[in-house]
Write a protein that binds this ligand. Structure first.
Ligand code: SAM
Length: 361
């Protein structure tokens, strides 16, 4: 989906931009290689980068081989010496030779940190990538970005990190594999084991419901409806306990349960429930973080764009919904990212253009 004209204009005004306080240096922990650091204090929300990608391909279906198509495009363009110089400047380089340099494309050089620890986050505005600080940063502090989406489940996190060459075990989200029944006697993981059993049951019910509905017959549809209802009715409080658990393993588990419930509610056509679940997801993605991050002052909402996408989806699910909180949160998030507050319709189109429309969440 194309970006609304108002935002396409903004993208043109912002890009290209690289913040002058960014430098590329060797990290103190040499297993991390080079990283991006700041030379001066920066406030929360500072724009660090607004850049168009070196190469982009348009994807129509899910199965298209994006990596192969990108590689072909890059090989073609490498014949242009200007492109080749920029492209090869992305490679790791030798930290002992050039300990410090202004990075031309800092996003490509940033190391990963778990979403609850990353100091930066990025979003696409059309084909312009915007990168901002999520908290105030001090001089000589390393800037980090999560390579995984905020809502990614444990298994997907580990896949992404493995694929990106981040050693598993250096990041809390990579270290937390799903515990097996009877494994370990860590007190903190006992509620996680209970929750996992409920989560596994919900996963199985969702797979069965999808298979049943493809059967098409009335009995199959009735069976799917029953299974979806079962998933939707799982109370998060029962699954995770009444107290908000602080162990990081709970974030992806809670997000996964809500995602399964969202799909089930959509299958049932229960749009009021869909709206309620998007709201729960927005709050959960925002608040679970706040519990972890002492660095953030007060209970300020994390400005991750996935949170914005869920508020917008909440507003779209049931037009008559009382949207006071959602409109407020949407306004704060869009102002944070864009420096302005366009209408809800424009923000909804922006989310669609980022692949964060209600059907994709
Ligand atoms: C986009 S590059 C980041 C820049 C890189 N450190 C360099 O020296 O060019 C991604 C690579 O950085 C390393 N890396 C990123 N995040 C890391 C982390 N949290 N711990 C250890 N290594 C990390 C991995 O080797 C990964 O393949």
């Amino acid at each position: 989906m194309a970006l609304p004209a108002e935002l396409a204009q903004l993208a043109t005004e912002l890009a290209p931009f690289v913040h002058p306080a960014l430098v590329r240096r060797a990290c103190a922990d040499d297993r991390r290689g080079l990283g991006v650091f700041v030379t001066q204090p920066l406030p929360r929300g500072e724009l660090l980068l607004a850049a168009r990608p070196l190469a982009a391909v348009r994807v129509r279906g899910r199965d298209e081989d994006v990596v192969e198509r990108l590689a072909e495009l890059i090989l073609e363009r490498l014949e242009d010496p200007n492109f080749a110089e920029t492209f090869w400047s992305l490679s790791t380089g030798d930290p002992t030779e050039r300990p410090s340099q202004r990075p031309k494309r800092p996003h490509a050089y940033m190391n990963h940190a778990a979403p609850m620890e990353a100091t930066c986050s990025s979003v696409f505005l059309g084909d312009v990538l915007l990168l901002r600080t999520l908290c105030a940063v001090e001089p000589d502090e390393e800037l980090t970005n999560s390579y995984c989406a905020l809502s990614a489940k444990l298994q997907l996190r580990r896949q992404i990190l493995r694929h990106c060459g981040v050693p598993l075990g250096t990041s809390p989200d990579a270290a937390e594999s799903e515990p097996e029944d009877g494994e370990g006697d860590d007190e903190a993981l006992l509620p996680a084991l209970r929750a996992l059993r409920a989560l596994r049951a919900a996963r199985a019910a969702s797979v069965d419901a999808t298979a049943a509905v493809h059967g098409g017959a009335d009995a199959a549809v009735a069976r799917a409806t029953e299974l979806w209802r079962k998933v939707v009715d799982l109370a998060a409080e029962e699954v995770f306990g009444l107290q908000r658990p602080t162990h990081p393993i709970f974030f992806p588990m809670r997000a996964e349960l809500l995602q399964l419930q969202l799909r089930a509610a959509r299958g049932l056509g229960d749009m009021a429930k869909v709206a309620e679940l998007h709201q729960a997801m927005a709050k959960s993605l925002a608040q679970d973080w706040v519990v972890q991050i002492v660095k953030w002052s007060g209970r300020e909402q994390p400005m991750n764009v996935e949170v914005l996408a869920h508020w917008i989806a909440h507003l779209r699910a049931v037009p008559a919904v009382d949207g006071h909180a959602a409109v407020g949160a949407t306004g704060r998030l869009t102002r944070f990212w864009l420096g302005r507050r366009p209408g809800l319709k424009v923000v909804a189109e922006w989310m669609e253009s980022c692949g964060l429309g209600p059907r994709r969440l």
